[in-house]
Design a protein around this ligand. Structure first.
Ligand code: PLP
Length: 412
């Protein structure tokens, strides 16, 4: 087993040398010739029963080689036997619920809030035929009944960055499978399967893709659970497009570098925000000495949240550089108001009770220069926005970029 950065670069590329190519090919075929129709039928049968691959993909809803390379690479990073990719993070959550609850005949879910608003809404809506009991992590065992098929949690949680002890939660869950949403931490900072999680879920739309241009989801798990997820994916058609598979696979190569750089920026922003008089609270794992930091979670990450004394939407309106948008994990810094957007569909009382107050803003640190992000945040918080960037002259740009280069080079 290679180290993280090496796995990120080389994962899922074992077949490329034999193909004589350097970049993974994007296989856009929807169907594959099966001259021997009986053999084609056997391949179809194997895939429909959950096999990872067969003699022919037969049809791209059953299997796609470009997507399969991404799955192999992600499984290596998450230290699991397999991974199954989907058309979005929500399609991935849906597939796990369908496999663990609906197919298994156990229509009850136990979940720990806060969760991403979409996941919370999906579990509460009844759409999938399950009912959900929300409990704090230390009450998981009491909430489990004979028809509980799944425990769902996020750590760090969206949007409060609350941490849950995965080992403790999986112990309390006993035989019930546990889904851990690892979107915020990424496999760079946390591997929930090593702490007992059955399903490790990512909205690949975020850090895995990393550039805000691909929607996808993935579940890393043991082979015994991957088969049912593939079966669900085939019949529901919740597949990831091969171009998405290519972009997510490519994103993995730079994932450790992006997360490490954005994390450095988030740590600095969290420290400065905590000292700003207009900020009433900062949520960032690096600010509290949580015992899970350094053990379960290898670094505080690149997400933070903060509350403002004044209306947070007014602060957002004054930003000039930071992108006011949902989503996270992109190259640019993103900020959003969870009560208005990502967590809007969670009933207000439940949202507030789970620690997502109306004065909270969520920030995803990007890869810009930290001083430019801070100038923008400081200006917006102090109601004194800096002048619009005027377009520095070439000489200024060369001077500042070369001094930045020396700083980076010196930091290694
Ligand atoms: N899980 C988390 C933690 C998220 O933040 C999101 C989306 O924001 C999702 C799941 C859903 O992912 P997608 O938007 O790719 O469907």
């Amino acid at each position: 087993m290679t180290r993280l950065r090496t796995t990120a670069v080389h994962g899922g590329r074992d077949d490329l040398a034999d193909l004589g190519v350097h970049a993974p090919p994007i296989d856009l075929s929807t169907t594959y010739p099966v001259p021997d129709q009986a053999e084609g039928g056997e391949a179809l049968q194997a895939l429909a029963e959950g096999a990872a691959r067969a003699a022919s993909p037969v049809y791209s809803r059953l299997h796609n080689p470009t997507v399969a390379r991404f799955e192999t690479a992600l499984a290596a990073l998450e230290r699991t036997e397999a991974a199954v990719a989907f058309g979005s993070g929500m399609a991935a959550v849906t597939a796990v619920v369908q496999a663990a609850c609906v197919l298994a005949g156990k229509p009850h879910v136990v979940a720990v809030r806060p969760l991403y608003g979409g996941t919370d809404h999906l579990l509460s809506s009844g759409l999938l035929g399950v009912r959900t009991t929300y409990v704090p992590a230390d009450r998981i065992a009491e909430a489990i009944t004979p028809d509980t098929g799944l425990v769902v949690l996020e750590t760090p949680a969206n949007p409060t960055l609350d941490l849950v002890d995965i080992t403790d939660a999986t112990t309390r869950a006993g035989d019930v499978p546990v889904l851990v949403d690892n979107t915020f931490a990424t496999p760079v900072l946390q591997n929930p399967a090593l702490h007992g999680a059955t399903y490790v879920l990512h909205s690949g739309t975020k850090y895995l893709g990393g550039h805000g241009d691909v929607l996808g989801g993935v579940v890393a798990c043991a082979d015994e659970h991957a088969g049912a997820l593939r079966q669900v994916r085939i019949v529901t058609g919740a597949v990831l497009h091969p171009l998405g598979g290519y972009l997510l696979h490519r994103g993995l190569a730079t994932l450790p570098l992006r997360v490490e750089a954005a994390q450095r920026t988030a740590a600095e922003l969290a420290r400065r925000l905590a000292e700003h008089p207009a900020v009433t609270r900062v949520h960032y794992p690096g600010l509290t000495r949580d015992p899970l930091l350094g053990t379960q979670l290898r670094g505080p990450g690149a997400m933070l949240a903060f509350a403002t004394a004044e209306d947070p939407t007014a602060v957002v309106r004054r930003l000039r550089l930071v992108t006011p948008a949902v989503s996270l994990g992109s190259v640019d810094t993103l900020v959003e108001h969870p009560a208005a957007l990502t967590h809007r569909l969670v009933p207000a009382a439940d949202r507030r009770a789970s620690g997502v107050p109306d004065d909270l803003l969520r920030l995803s640190a990007g890869l810009e220069d930290v001083e430019d992000i801070w100038d923008d945040l400081y200006g917006a918080l102090s109601n004194n926005p800096p002048p619009q960037p005027s377009g520095a002259c070439d000489a200024d740009y060369i001077k500042s970029s070369s001094s930045q280069f020396h700083t980076l080079a010196g930091s290694h």
